[in-house]
Write a protein that binds this ligand. Sequence first.
Ligand code: NOJ
Length: 548
Amino acid sequence: MNQDINFLIPSVPQSPKWWRNIVMYQIYPRSFKDSNGDGIGDLQGIIDSLDYLNGSSNSLGIGAIWLSPVYPSPMFDHGYDVSDYRNIDPSFGTLTIFNRLIEAAHQHSIRVIMDLVANHTSDQHPWFIKSRASRNNSLRDWYVWRDPAPDGGPPNNWLSYFGGSAWTLDKTTNQYYLHKFAPQQPDLNNWNPKVNQALVDIMHFWLKRGVDGFRMDVVDRLLFDPTFKDAPCNLAYKKNVDPQVKKFDFSKTYYQPEVHQIIAVFRRVLDLYDAVGIGEVEARSIDFIQRFYDHGRGVQLPFDFLLLKTPWEAKKIGAHLKMYEKKLPRSSWPMYVLGNHDKERLADRIGKHNLKLAALMLLTLHGTPMMYYGDEIGLASMPLSKDKWQDAYTKNTKSDWTRDYSRGPMQWNSSKYVGFSTHVPWLPPNEFKNEQNVQEQEKGPNSILHLYKSLIKLRNNHRSLSEGTFELIYDGSEGVIGYLRSFRTEKMLILLNFTSTIKQLRLKHKGLLGTVIMRTHTHNNPQDLVCTIHLKPKEGCILKLEKN
Ligand code: NOJ
C-alpha cells in the first residue's frame, strides 16, 4: 500500500472548537474488544463496539475516543515504545482496518484521537537502530549520546522514572544513551529540529487519514537540560525508606521552558486540520498545568491530573475546583479526568458507594470530560498475583501495585471471558463480572451504566452543561459541593452530597426555584418546583433553575 496517499475519508462536519462540547472516552485497545480470538483487543473489536459508544438512542453518547498507542511496537510498555509511527501493530490490525475505523467512527459522529509518543521510541525503531550503529551516522544526534564518566559509569546522576539510572551503556560505540523511561525506550533528542520535523511529518500522516487529534504523551517532558549537569539531591529523601527513584529531583529531565516552542509547532499543525491536542502534563501545580495552554499556542486541553490525585473528600475537591476555575486563563477550557491506564481504577480508589456521585460530578463539570473505558460499569481491578503482572514498569520493582489492575478486559457480559474474547484474555476479568458487565447493567434502570447514559444524554442536550459557565455555590466545607452551570437563560444547579448523612438544602439562589431533573439514587421523574431538597448519603442531583 502506498502510505503517502492522501485518503479522502469522510470527516465529521467541522464546527469551531468541536472538542469543547462532547464527552471523550479513553480506550486501552488491548483491553476493549477482541475480534479475532487471540485474547488481545483490536481495532476491528472497536469498530464492532461503535454502536455501544454512539449513534443510537441506547448508546452512551460519546463524541470522541482516544486510543492508547496502536502503532507497531515490541510492546515492552504496551505500545508506548513505538517501532514504526506510520503503521498499525499486527496485534491490533492493519492500516486498512484503521481507515475503516476512522470512517465508521465518523459515521457514528465519533472523533478519533491517537496517542503521539514524541519523547521516546522503542529501541527497535529503525531510527535508533541506525543511531546506535556508529558515532558518526546521520541519525546519531536524533537520540542523546554521552561519553561515560571518568570511572566508566553513567555521565551523570539522572534517574529514570521507571527506576535506576536514566542512562544505559551501548557497547557498540561505548557511549551511554538517555532514557527517561525504560532502557527499551531511548529518548529522542527533541532539541534537534530534524527530530521535531520528523514528528510533525508523522502528525500530517495521521491527520490526512482523518484522525481528529492527538493525546500527547509526557508533553511537558520532551526536553532535558542540555548542560547535562547533575540533578540536585532530593532533601526530603529518606534512605532505606523511599525508593531510589526519589533520591534526586527530576528537574533536569522534567520540564524545560523551551518545550513550549515545540508544542507551538505541533499546535500549528493541529490547527491546519481543526484537530485537538490533549496534553499529558505532570500534576505539579495548577499554574504548571495551565501554563500548557500557552495563550492559545499550546495544547487546547491539558489534563487536570490534580483532580484525579485529590482525595475523595468534599472539602478538598471543592477547594481544588475553586482554585482551578479561578486561575483558568481566559477562554481556556479545562479537561477533567478521574482515571486512566496509569492510575488506580476509580472504583478501587473511591469505593463502589461513591461511583454514582463521581459520574454525576465528572459529567456536569465545566470543560471536556475524559472518561476511562469501564468506569461506566464501575469496573474494579482483578486479583492478579505478581508472577502474572505484565506491566514493565511495576513487575520488576518492589511495588505492591501494578498498572495492570486498571487495564483489565472490558466486561461486556458475564460469560467466562466476559464477551471480550473467545480466548483467555491477556489479563483476567475481575471477580465481580456478574454485576460489572454491560449486558447486566443494560437491564437495570438503577445501574451505573444507565446513569452514565442519562447523564451524557442530558449533557449533550443542554448547552448549560456542555458549554456553560461555572460558578461554585457550595465549596464542600459542609460536605456538599454545589455549582451552577449557565448558558444564556438556561441554568442548572448541581448538588453533590459527599457525606454519609442526609443533607437538607434550601434553594435560595437569586430568587430561582429548581426542578429536579436527575438524581443518582432515585428514578429520574422530573419533580415539581422545589425550594428545599433532601439529599441522601452520597447522593447527587441536577436541578433546572427557573424564575419563581
Ligand atoms: C505515559 C503513559 O501514559 C504511560 O503509560 C507510559 O508508560 C509512559 N508515558 C512512557 O511512555
